[in-house]
Design a protein around this ligand. Sequence first.
Ligand code: R7I
Ligand code: MG
Ligand code: MG
Length: 318
Amino acid sequence: MINKKFFTGCLLASALGDALCAPYEGGWQERLVWRIIGHTFFGKKRYTDDTQMTMDVAQSLCTQNGINQEHLAKTFAAGYKWSRGYGAGAAKMLKKIRRGAAWHSVNRAAYPDGSYGNGAAMRVSPVALYFHDKPEKRKTAVQNVSEITHANPLAIEGAQLIAAATSFALSQMNFAQFHSSLADHARAEPYQKRLQTCRIWLKAGEQPESTTVARELGNGIAAVDSCVTAIYIACRFINQPFADMLRFIQGCSGDTDTIGAMAGAIWGARNGISRLNKADINSLESAEKIEQLAEDIYDSHCIRTARRAKKQSSRNGC
Ligand code: R7I
Ligand code: MG
Ligand code: MG
């Protein structure tokens, strides 16, 4: 049985990656805005939409014992606040759902093929934890969580890659197996190509600068421009301090909060809460709530495992 500390490590490291890299996101205007609204009234560091939607997924998953798309869509809509910095298309959709629209009638309203943004990939870590030992169920759940706002196949594939990488990290999978299993999840050419670059760099022990990583793997808001970047950075820093990884992400510029959230989830699932800095956790808005959600996912995993074992033993006549 995997220790609870890896579940809490995953969600907290993701939230910290988001909150601590958010001040470096975008251009000077975004950074200026975040300087003004990036703290709570009590001086805690605020997280952005990445963590809000991750918490929404965790909460809905635990209360519904799985993915209930109607419930999750309403949870996303209820959690929406402009000051969390949602993507423009996602914000429009969530406001419509809040006014009573069905999610499937609005998820292609802004873009005919659905959004290709990284807004699905940034929120799948609870699914990766909940279904870490059930890959087929994980894939279906990721598809269902994603398509509520991101129907575009590229957005969904990015979410599948991040969820798979987070599950593999939690299972303490070795490097070679991790990368060959991830490659099985990449269908679209940009993902295949970038994963190949990532594998070559890691295998050769190359240490490209953050600007090179941003140029070769991407640092943008599209899922194809940020998911492999996060996977590469998490792998490169997996045995190094969390703070070093965040510094590197901050140096990549662009969509730093989301790369931080996704890389944080993978790093935290592998290293656990004990390798995170307590002062960082204490400085984060709603850290206790985030930890509690991770514990809830862990508890429901334990309950399901115990139920399965009981069924199995009664089948065996024990
Ligand atoms: O993907 P999404 O939820 O945004 C997440 C990002 C993360 O960086 C968060 O931290 C937050 O800052 O936003 O939001 P969407 O609005 O679905 O997609 C993001 C952006 O990608 C959109 O605002 C568009 O600029 C672009 N985009 C598209 N442009 C043209 N055609 C997404 N899909 C399309 C498209 O089909
Ligand atoms: Mg964000
Ligand atoms: Mg972002």
